[in-house]
Design a protein around this ligand. Structure first.
Ligand SMILES: *Cc1c(COP(=O)(O)O)cnc(C)c1O
Length: 395
């Protein structure tokens, strides 16, 4: 057991820091994932859903006017065009299909702003698996439309009234549910976080992004890009586009949310730049970098982009940052807003505020030369969900 656990870590990060009662569930999941990840029938079926249901491959689009404005050649990986409007469905289709192969009768998940919950609801409906999503009671009010979306697709949304009534309480409740119902239930984690095998499995399901970029950029440029830039909350769209380039001579930039620029307090980080400023700790079943105070208490993170608002980060990203294989960086709320407007005005594409953080980094770093000549930006999602936020920021 011990050896198995050790070998699943990314350097000192990763692992399985969970109550003993969950170990059999994690072992079962690991076993099935190992069994099916290279299985021809499983992959043919997954490819079918990715193509005909999700609309893959997503285009790699040469952003001509943005390139001229920023002074580097920019390609946009259009995950905003995937069904549901973000990359999240790549993962929920993968896990949903795996749950079906495992004979699970029920899927549970947690969601913050509702993006992952919505992607779970889509997968649950497609595969005909009973789906229940835990959501902080406060978030269910703030995100009424996403709650309604999930309900339309047959998912039961369970408001969590404990604690701060937000994402972290929803995670606790989902964990509790899984412990009680491991036999019948698959717990669908929404990013490259949590105990092994989730960080590895979610990365693999999201790697379809980077695999497509490899052949698309070869076709257009005859070479790989100099750099790839992706926003990073938990890190799944970043790992998904980075991973197939890990062995290549391509620079990888993980852009975190620098927040509002207000001063950090002892309770609140007022940003969510975990790779940039976090310290080693244990959160949600994994060892990783965590936003915490000097007593080890988890800080409240904060960002204009709900999807980046997380006090942890995937363990593999923490590892890759430590060994210097990726560069952690960040964009402030205000910078993301400027980039958001650039992409709308110059390209006719309304990006998610999360993705706007990646664009914002290119906006400020292009002139320094550190990105090279050809840059791929992962547009992880579309911005329709963010219009009210952006309208509210207008002077
Ligand atoms: C959820 C979300 C993210 C952040 O999640 P990662 O796991 O870091 O990719 C980024 N962009 C969009 C559009 C999202 O919905």
């Amino acid at each position: 057991m011990r050896n198995k656990l050790e070998s699943t870590k990314f350097g000192k990060y990763g692992g399985q820091f969970v109550p003993e009662v969950l170990m059999p569930a994690l072992e079962e999941l690991t076993e099935y994932y190992e069994k099916f990840k290279d299985d021809v029938v499983f992959n043919e079926e997954l490819d079918y859903y990715l193509r005909d249901f999700a609309g893959r491959p997503s285009p790699l689009y040469f952003a001509q006017r943005l390139s001229r404005e920023y002074g580097v050649k920019i390609y946009l990986k259009r995950e905003d065009l995937v069904h549901g409007g973000a990359h999240k469905l790549n993962n929920t289709l993968g896990q949903g299909l795996l749950a079906k192969y495992m004979g699970k009768k029920r899927i549970i998940a947690e969601t913050g702003a509702g993006q992952h919950g919505t992607a779970c609801a889509m997968a649950g409906a497609t595969f005909g698996i009973n789906t229940e999503v835990y959501m902080g009671a406060k978030d269910t009010v703030r995100q009424r439309m996403n709650v309604y979306r999930m309900e339309l697709m047959g998912t039961k949304v369970i408001p969590v009234k404990s604690g701060s009534q937000t994402l972290k309480d929803a995670i606790n409740e989902a964990m509790r549910d899984w412990v009680a119902n491991v036999e019948t239930t698959h717990y669908m984690i929404g990013s490259v976080v949590g105990p092994h095998p989730f960080p590895t499995m979610v990365r693999d399901f999201q790697s379809v992004i980077g695999k497509e970029v490899r052949s698309q950029i070869m076709e257009k440029e005859g070479c790989f890009p100099d750099s790839i830039v992706a926003c990073t909350g938990g890190g799944s769209n970043a790992m998904g586009i980075f991973y197939p380039f890990i062995e290549e001579d391509v620079d990888l930039f993980a852009v975190e949310a620098g927040g509002s620029g207000m001063k950090t307090t002892d309770k609140e980080a007022l940003h969510s730049a975990t790779l940039c400023t976090g310290e080693d700790g244990v959160l949600h079943g994994m060892r990783t970098k965590v936003l915490q105070n000097k007593d080890g208490q988890i800080l409240e993170s904060s960002s204009i982009a709900a999807g980046l608002d997380y006090a942890g980060v995937g363990p593999e990203l923490a590892y890759l940052a430590d060994i210097g294989r990726l560069k952690p960086c960040n964009s402030m709320d205000s910078e993301a807003l400027l980039a958001f407007h650039d992409l709308c005005r110059l390209e006719g594409i309304i990006p998610a505020l999360e993705s706007s953080h990646a664009v914002a980094y290119v906006r400020k770093a292009a002139a320094t030369g550190e990105l090279g000549d050809i840059v791929v930006i992962n547009i992880s999602g579309r911005g329709d969900k963010d219009l009210e936020t952006v309208m509210g920021m207008r002077k």
